[in-house]
Design a protein around this ligand. Structure first.
Ligand code: SF4
Length: 473
């Protein structure tokens, strides 16, 4: 029965992420599967809204017929319908099935597949596979059209064929198995996967070495060949006896991996060397941006700061509702920095990860303001900006699987700072902001804004607590 399973292009996203995930998508497991995350649901909802918007535009100029089945799609094609919405394509011989958003009749009589995608480009593997898959099913010589989320339109042609072939071949192999395929643990993929609760206990029981932060899945088979097959073995190995393998070369890296493994197993914190944090008056800084902004540009809706005395009134920010106010929000951010510079001669503006600096550069470029005195200062040699993640990664080995701000700060034996809202996070913030934009009731709107501000305040408070924790070491 498994062998007869149909391959559908909507599997391409999971396929590009993990073979085991796409197997579970097709053969749902009995164990605990996480619900769709609110952020993913938001993307689905906005994708549907975008699809309806494209449908509305096409309907203004063409007659659109909605397909009800495979046979109905065929009938509409024979009749020469201008545009077929939600077409059903099926190839029983090849066991392929697909549902392009639109089939658009070309003047030659051929049909061109088209999909509405929220994405800003057609570079993602799943988009290439999906459009290429429809072209193959139609036997079409015409390119597939992608109506992107920023209003642009791109085309996918024969260049996607090798990827489509790879997708179909690999999917046949995966779906031909009676059991889910064995794969490596990947923290970035597994922590957001709905099947995490099913897979992770197995990985832990096997002592899979890629559970350890820093062990690359491409290094793992070589380590196993060298006899290091479990986390426990890795923890007990002298770094100098580990051979050079791809993605793990040199004593320092190997020593760090071994310490990382020991730290994760025992909870012990290792300090690799003494280090100092910059002296001065610290202000903590964090931005919240909307990656789903319709214009395709990043919209920073909140630039937040925590200044001395770091108490309940010490949170300041620049906030904007929409892209129309984006420039004003950026200028307000620059004014706040100018004010702090006047107030504190020895200013250190701390943030966690390079994201804040990248964002400042992006905005300076967007508004052609590299020669603005505050921008020059922020991006110059004597910048007050300080990425707190760097001293952590350079000098410490912590009992963690990831070194995100929340990983370190929430850990009871490390910083032990808890966010007021347990659920909050950067994706949570984007979801709340989307609700804020949609909400018409001013009271509810204010409540949503307050929640987002509270989350950002907790983020900067967390970097303050991290600063204190590091200074206390
Ligand atoms: S938890 Fe990880 S290994 Fe399991 S299906 Fe998801 S991504 Fe794949």
């Amino acid at each position: 029965m498994v062998k007869n399973h149909y391959i559908k292009p909507s599997d391409a996203k999971s396929w590009a992420s993990c073979a085991r995930r796409v197997w579970f998508d097709n053969f749902p497991p009995d164990g605990p599967v996480a619900d769709i995350a609110a952020f993913d649901q938001l993307i689905i909802d906005q994708g549907l809204t975008h699809e309806k918007a494209v449908l509305g535009q096409l309907s203004e100029n063409y007659t659109v017929h909605e397909a009800q089945s495979v046979d109905h799609t065929k009938q509409l094609m024979v009749e020469g319908a201008e545009i077929i919405y939600q077409a059903h394509l099926e190839s029983p011989e090849e066991r392929l099935i697909g549902y392009p958003d639109f089939l658009i009749r070309h003047e030659t009589g051929e049909y061109q597949p088209a999909d509405a995608k929220l994405s800003r480009s057609d570079e993602k593997k799943e988009i290439q596979v999906q459009l290429g898959f429809y072209r193959r099913m139609l036997g079409s010589t015409l390119s597939g059209i992608v109506f992107l989320g920023n209003g642009e339109q791109t085309e996918i042609g024969d260049e996607a064929n090798p990827l489509v072939n790879q997708f179909i071949t690999e999917m046949r192999n995966v779906l031909g198995n009676d059991e889910p395929p064995l794969v490596r643990y990947s923290h970035s993929k597994c922590k957001i996967c709905p099947y995490n609760q099913i897979c992770k206990p197995d990985f832990e029981e096997r002592g899979e070495i890629t559970l350890v932060y820093g062990v690359d899945s491409r290094a793992a088979p070589h380590l196993e060949k060298a006899g290091i097959t479990t986390v426990k073995q890795l923890a007990d190995t002298a770094p100098e006896t580990i051979p050079d393998v791809p993605y793990l070369k040199g004593y320092e890296k190997k020593q760090k991996i071994v310490l990382q493994t020991q730290s994760w197993l025992t909870g012990k914190v290792f300090k690799l060397k003494d280090f100092e944090l910059p002296s001065g008056t610290w202000i903590h800084f964090d931005v919240e941006d909307n990656p789903l902004e319709i214009s395709g540009q990043k919209h920073v809706y909140l630039w937040g700061f925590l200044k001395p005395d770091y108490g309940s009134d010490a949170f300041e920010y620049s906030w904007t509702d929409t892209m129309d106010e984006d420039r004003a929000g950026w200028k307000e951010f620059l004014s706040l920095v100018a004010k702090y510079r006047d107030e504190y001669q020895d200013l250190v503006i701390a943030h966690y990860s390079p994201h804040e600096v990248t964002t400042i550069k992006e905005y300076a470029k967007r508004y052609d303001m590299f020669d603005h005195p505050i921008v020059e200062w922020l991006l110059g040699d004597s910048t007050p900006l300080y990425d707190l993640k760097k001293p952590v990664l350079d000098n410490l080995v912590l009992p963690l699987q990831g070194y995100g701000l929340k990983d370190i700060c929430k850990h009871k034996n490390l910083v032990n700072f808890q966010w007021e809202d347990e659920e909050s996070g950067s994706q949570w913030s984007v979801v709340q902001f989307a609700r804020f934009l949609e909400e018409r009731d001013p009271v509810k709107r204010e409540k949503l804004k307050k929640a987002i501000l509270g989350y950002n305040r907790d983020d900067v408070l967390a970097t303050r607590k991290l600063e204190e924790w590091l200074k206390g070491m």
